[in-house]
Design a protein around this ligand. Structure first.
Ligand SMILES: [Zn+2]
Length: 345
């Protein structure tokens, strides 16, 4: 068990002014993408930054890139998950200060401290870094497409299926349940369910709830050394679907789909979770992810074997075999309740 970590999160409006004052005079590298630069880049002009647009976590490319960068003392990750992950790498590799400015809370990357690079596609954790500051700027977040922020609910709603899996593993003698953490997570999950409308509307309250929830998950993960309370069969289904299709998905779409399917497999408050997923307003039908119903069926067929092969923590996928009847039922549920192209008929 490791010690505590601390995150310094500032919430407010027009925080980039404060940021530029605090770090004035430092040579700055901003990791972002061209669209985000054109929308928000000028907010950092007092720091006279160099901008870096990278689109890969492939170690070989990032290491080369690091050698060629102009000198810098400060790295700002400005964007979604990819920008923040690449900013983490360059700050860590060069031993410099890291600041994160999310433009959307689509994933929990601003809090996740492991640096996960790809070596010919395979994930390897090479180090850890914690940002000196995270600026949660309501002006920036509320001006991005709402679906990107709504997507963030998935990494907390995942506790619905993950807590079930964690408890199941404990009953089977495969996992160790920490009752205090279980209860704290269940309380957080209930808050997320109760405040789904604020998350949908991307209110300040909704943004804070997601950010504070992500922070809780990261702090507890650091303490206990795993994240079984937040990551279970819903994420394992996604890893299987991604390996099968080789596609990149908006996290909220694919994880919310995983939560629906795995809570059906778990027989775990299915009506309740369906209602919450509908209210969250992130599409989960295959057309929204540029995949087919066949891809979903195929991933379901493979995922019992997939989790065993990968050795993921114990979940419903180790406990219950997915049958063709289940797959038919799952596909029909998505079509009739979550797919506008079928509902219109
Ligand atoms: Zn996730």
């Amino acid at each position: 068990m490791k010690s505590q970590i601390h995150y310094d999160v500032t919430y407010g409006h027009l925080l980039t002014n404060e940021l530029c004052t605090k770090y004035q005079g430092l040579k700055t590298l901003v990791v972002t993408d061209p669209t985000i630069k054109s929308n928000y880049g000028a907010l950092f002009s007092r720091l006279n930054p160099n901008f870096l647009f990278t689109k890969t976590m492939e170690a070989r490319i990032l290491e080369q890139e690091n050698q060629l960068l102009p000198p810098f003392d400060l790295v700002i990750g400005l964007g979604g998950g990819m920008a923040m992950d690449i900013a983490k790498f360059h700050a860590w590799e060069s031993g410099k200060t890291l600041v994160q400015v999310p433009t959307a809370i689509s994933v929990d990357a601003m809090f996740s401290y492991p640096i996960a690079l790809r070596y010919d596609g395979k994930v390897k954790y090479v180090g850890e870094i914690i940002p000196e500051k995270i600026y949660c700027d309501f002006n920036i977040l509320q001006s991005t497409p709402p679906v990107l922020n709504r997507s963030g609910i998935c990494d907390l709603l995942s506790c619905h299926t993950a807590l079930y899996d964690w408890q199941l593993g404990a009953e089977k003698g495969k996992s160790h349940l920490d009752a205090e953490l279980y209860n704290k997570t269940a309380t957080l999950l209930q808050e997320v369910k109760d405040q789904v409308d604020d998350i949908y509307q991307v209110t300040e309250k909704g943004i804070r709830l997601l950010m504070e929830g992500f922070k809780f998950v990261a702090v507890e993960n650091y303490k206990i050394g795993h994240c079984q309370y937040e990551e279970g069969s819903e994420h394992f289904f996604y890893y299987c679907l991604e390996a099968l299709t080789q596609k990149h998905f908006l996290h909220g779409k694919v994880i919310n789909l995983g939560i629906l399917l795995m809570s059906m497999l778990q027989d775990n408050k299915v009506q309740e979770i369906k209602a919450i997923i509908k209210k969250a307003g992130v599409p989960i039908h295959p057309g929204s992810m540029d995949i087919s119903y066949d891809d979903i069926a195929q991933a379901l067929r493979q995922c019992n074997a997939y989790v065993a092969e990968k050795g993921y923590s114990y979940s419903i996928l180790n406990d219950k075999t997915i049958t063709e009847d289940f797959i038919n039922d799952a596909i029909n549920t998505i079509k009739s309740e979550f797919d506008p192209t079928f509902q219109a008929k």
